[in-house]
Structure formats: C-alpha cells, structure tokens
Write a protein of this length. Structure first.
Length: 72
C-alpha cells in the first residue's frame, strides 16, 4: 500500500482525484476477480498484492477532503 499511495498520490495531483479513484476502483475489481480465479497460492499472493496497490488509490481522494474538513 505504501507504493500505491505514493504512485496514486502523484497521479491524483496531476490528473485529478476523481479519475484516480475511478481507476483505483476498476483495478480493484479486476484484481479481485483475478484473486478469485487464481490457480495456485503464489498467484493469490500476487493478486492480493495488486489489490492492496489498487486499494491505496481510493484513499487519495478522501485524505484531502478530510484534511480540509478538519482545518475548517
């Protein structure tokens, strides 16, 4: 998740938070389905790692909103 947050944070600043959240949701869905059909334990590990990477992108849009609300 650390690498995903860093990557998605940069992308969110450059392309907008809405697009990054949408891409994160799509990737999370794809990798989640991939996890369900993984043929072996090592494929499950890879798929869950990719799900963790994708999940961290969804938080990028909410962090800024929470900080703004806390500051106000």
């Amino acid at each position: 998740m650390m690498f995903g947050s860093f990557t998605f944070g940069i992308l969110a600043d450059k392309y907008g938070r809405r697009r990054v959240i949408l891409i994160s949701a799509i990737l999370n869905t794809i990798f989640g389905i991939f996890t369900a059909f993984a043929p072996s334990y090592y494929w499950i590990l890879l798929a869950r790692t990719l799900v963790g990477f994708a999940v961290s992108g969804a938080t990028q849009g909410y962090v800024k909103i929470k900080l703004i609300i806390i500051i106000i």
